[in-house]
Design a protein around this ligand. Sequence first.
Ligand code: UD1
Ligand code: CA
Length: 456
Amino acid sequence: MPTSPDPKARTCLAIVLAAGEGTRMKSALPKVLHRVAGRPMLACVLSAVNGAAPAAVAVVVGPGRDDVAAAARAASPGAEIFVQTERRGTAHAVLAARDALARGYDDVLVAFADTPLVRPDTLRAMRTELVAGASVVVLGFEARDPTGYGRLLTEGDQLVGIREHKDATEAERAIRLSNAGLMALDGRTALATLDAIGNSNAQGEFYLTDAVTVARQRGGSARTVIVGEEEVMGVNDRVQLAAAEAAVQNRLREAAMRNGVTLIAPETVFLSPDTVFGRDVVVEPFVVFGPGVTIGDGVTIRSFSHFDSATVGDKAQIGPYSRLRPGANLEADVHVGNFVEIKAASIGQGAKINHLSYIGDSTVGARTNIGAGTITCNYDGFDKSRTNIGEDAFIGSNSSLVAPVTIGSGAYIGSGSVITDNVKDNALAVARGRQYEKEGWAEAFRESRKNRKKKQ
Ligand code: UD1
Ligand code: CA
């Protein structure tokens, strides 16, 4: 099959290895489903892999791992799942995807699902080395502490082999240039190379790393692409998981700031890879952005606010201590203040909900003012019901709005009301005990109690 020198025109099969439980995580959850920046590590890797524009994606999972397969399909809908029935090494795992390899692709990329920080640019650079004529491309890095990693053996500028730590001599163990685990293989020879790999080594495993010597024996050449250690950080336990999270957050914070967001204390702000910011957003310390959040231009977000699948319009002011839950959709100039929770609710332009409120399954019209302590009572233990509030309405403090209920535009609700019936436009509704006053009552009461005490 002729191969094209243009990486864009070449076909690529990406194989992601996701077998193995990751016992050092000490978890009921398989390692690759542990999350970094809110996404399973497997999804992080698949996202990077898809950035390298593969024609097909194969994910190798352990036996019975339907949960890993489902996460793979969720992150990369076209992904084919292959099962590695026995754990016999990384080359053996790649060969679990034999049926995909046999279809024939120009390039084959192999990535590990426990290396979540790899960038699409790096994978593209590896493909570019294949275009330049390499049979095998290895991703390498200078390890601060190379213990446990495979070492890259070089002669001049040639990569001649990779030695696993367990198989290495003392002299080889002194080498710091290490194998990140990611590899690109020339698709024309990949299957033959992988099939020629044996298992005579300290672990009795079929090592993918032996592709380097095998390819060279067969007249091919090996090259390396070198990246910084942080990008290829592998996660084997929860300490490394936290280190990966910190590294991803730093990347996201830097990208946000470079795009025109002010983070006053960036190290205290947590982002998701899909967080979208407009220009001139200011984020005070200690704010969390879960997945699916879009923030408009000129928005100010004050400390201790939490967002999850929410949209905020231009020039809105949020927090401190606001919680926007899934489906909170705020138009421009909305003010949301301390201890306000909003869920599945559209809040019209310029509306204000400044203190101590729960607004769920609701529509609030433009310029409406929701007083302190307003609660939409949206749930009766079985069903969720909606509250619709028109424009320019005024909801007095400490009101309960028992859904389903509609409050008209321009209506007033007296403070402390429990509203169970619809309120017409421009009406006043008061639903609370009427105030009455007994003059001098308190004085008489105190007198009678004092007299009772004297008699005792
Ligand atoms: C591997 C590399 C080593 C490299 C290191 C980087 C080999 C032989 N060694 O070592 O050179 O420095 O990664 O982190 O490739 N897996 C399977 N099935 C298997 C074996 C492994 O799916 O039978 C998967 C694992 O789930 C994991 C990945 O392959 O995602 C790497 O396997 P692991 O055992 O962690 O390899 P290392 O010893 O770390
Ligand atoms: Ca590993």
